[in-house]
Design a protein around this ligand. Structure first.
Ligand code: NAD
Ligand code: TYD
Length: 329
C-alpha cells in the first residue's frame, strides 16, 4: 500500500509511522507536513520521505497524493489554549485543509481516507461516556474546527461515496509530545523545579490514551473500518488532572510545593469520556494502563534531553512566559 500521511512530523503522526514500520514494513509512505512549531524533522524515523507543505495548498496536496492508495490526515493545530488566543489558523488547517485533501482524494481516485479526530468534538460529559452516535457539541475553537472537518469528511463519504472513516481519540500522551500539553509540560517543569500550573481546581477529568495504542487503532480502522463510519478510541483510565500532577511529582521526586493553581482556561471542558466498544469489536485493545504508560513517558523525557532542550530554550519559552505569566528556570 502507498500512503500519504499528513502531519506526521508531529507527536501522534510520528508514532503512527513507527507502528507502520513495525506492522507493514513494505508500505510506501509520503509525509506532507507544514513543519509548524509542533512539527519537527527529528520526530520522523530515518529515511522518511517528507514533502514540506500545507494541506490547504491544493498544488502541494496533489503532488504529495499522486499514486497514493490511502490518506491518513493527522495535520492539525492541536492545542486548545492556542485556539482560544488565535483561531484563524485552526479554521484554515482543519476546515480548508480537510476540504482540499478530500477534493484531491476524490479526483485522484484514492481508495481510502482516514481523518484523525478527537473526543473533544462531543464536548464535555458529566456522567457516562460518549458513543459514535452522540451529537457533536464542541466548546473551543480547536474542537469546533475539528468538528467542522469531521462533518466535511462525512458529507464527502455520503455525497461522493469516497471510502472515508473517522477515528476520534481521547487525550494522548507518550514520547515526543510537545511540552505545551499537560503531561510533558508537568514532567519537564518537575524535572527543572519549575512551577506546576494547574488550571482552576484541577478536578477536570481526562481519559488518557497512549499514543502508540491510538496509532494501532488508526492502523486497524484504516484497513478494516466500515466506509463512512466513525470509531471512538478511548484510553483505559480516567484521571483528575491533579492526580496526574501528583503521579508526576512522585515519579520525578519533585516537591509538592511546586503546584501552583492558576486562572482557569476560558470555557474549560470538565470531563471527557469515550466508549471504545466499536473499535474493540474490530479487535483493538489498549496495551498499557495509565500508570505503566506514564512511568515509561517520564523515563523517556528524562533520557531524551536532546529532544526537548532545543524546544525549551526556543520560542516555547516566550509562549510559556506570556501564556502563564511565569518564568521557566
Ligand atoms: P501535533 O501538534 O503534535 O502535530 C501536528 C502536526 O501537523 C505537526 O507536525 C504540524 O507541523 C502539522 N501541521 C499543522 N498544520 C498543518 C498544515 N496546515 N498542513 C500540514 N501540516 C500541518 O499534534 P498531535 O497531538 O500529534 O495531533 C495529531 C492529530 O491527532 C490531530 O489531528 C489532533 O486533532 C488529533 N488528536 C490529538 C490528540 C492529543 O491528545 N494530542 C487526541 C486526539 C486526537
Ligand atoms: P491539554 O493537555 O491542553 O489537553 P486538552 O485541553 O486537549 O484536554 O490539557 C489537559 C488538561 O490539563 C485540561 O483539563 C487542561 C489542563 N491543564 C492544566 O491544568 N495546566 C496546564 O498547564 C495545561 C497545559 C493543561
Amino acid at each position: 500500500m502507498k500512503l500519504l500521511v499528513t502531519g506526521a512530523a508531529g507527536f501522534i503522526g510520528s508514532t503512527f509511522l513507527r507502528v507502520l514500520a513495525e506492522e507493514h514494513p513494505d508500505d510506501k509512505i509520503v509525509v506532507l507536513d507544514k513543519l509548524t512549531y509542533a512539527g519537527r524533522r527529528e520526530n520522523l524515523p530515518a529515511d522518511t520521505y517528507l514533502q514540506v507543505g500545507a494541506i490547504e495548498d491544493p498544488i502541494a496536496v496533489r503532488e504529495a497524493m499522486e499514486g497514493a492508495d490511502a490518506v491518513v490526515n493527522f495535520a492539525a493545530e492541536s492545542h486548545v489554549d492556542r485556539s482560544i488566543a488565535e483561531q484563524d489558523v485552526f479554521a484554515i488547517t482543519h476546515v480548508i485543509g480537510t476540504s482540499v485533501l478530500l477534493d484531491a482524494a476524490r479526483e485522484l481516485g484514492v481508495s481510502r481516507y482516514l481523518q484523525v479526530s478527537t473526543d473533544e468534538v462531543y464536548g464535555s460529559i458529566d456522567e457516562g461516556s460518549f458513543t459514535e452516535r452522540s451529537p457533536l457539541d464542541p466548546s473551543s475553537p480547536y474542537s469546533a474546527t475539528k468538528a467542522a472537518g469531521d462533518l466535511l469528511v462525512s458529507a464527502h463519504a455520503h455525497t461522493y461515496g469516497i471510502e472515508a472513516v473517522i477515528c476520534r481519540g481521547s487525550n494522548n500522551y507518550g514520547p515526543r509530545q510537545y511540552p505545551e500539553k499537560l503531561i510533558p509540560l508537568m514532567i519537564l517543569n518537575a524535572l527543572h523545579g519549575d512551577a506546576l500550573p494547574v488550571y482552576g481546581d484541577g478536578k477536570q477529568v481526562r481519559n488518557w490514551l497512549y499514543a502508540e495504542d491510538f496509532s494501532r487503532a488508526i492502523d486497524l480502522v484504516l484497513r478494516k473500518g466500515n466506509p463512512g463510519e466513525v470509531y471512538n478510541v478511548g484510553g483505559p483510565d480516567e484521571t483528575f488532572n491533579l492526580d496526574v500532577v501528583q503521579r508526576i511529582i512522585e515519579a520525578t521526586g519533585a516537591s509538592e510545593d511546586l503546584i501552583q493553581y492558576v486562572t482557569d482556561r476560558p470555557g474549560h471542558d470538565r470531563r471527557y469520556s469515550l466508549s471504545s466498544d466499536k473499535v474493540r469489536a474490530l479487535g483493538w485493545e489498549p496495551s498499557r494502563d495509565f500508570a505503566t504508560g506514564l512511568t515509561e513517558t517520564v523515563e523517556w523525557y528524562r533520557a531524551n534531553a536532546d529532544w526537548w532542550a532545543p524546544i525549551r530554550s526556543g520560542d516555547y519559552r516566550a509562549y510559556y512566559e506570556e501564556h502563564y505569566g511565569l518564568k521557566l528556570g
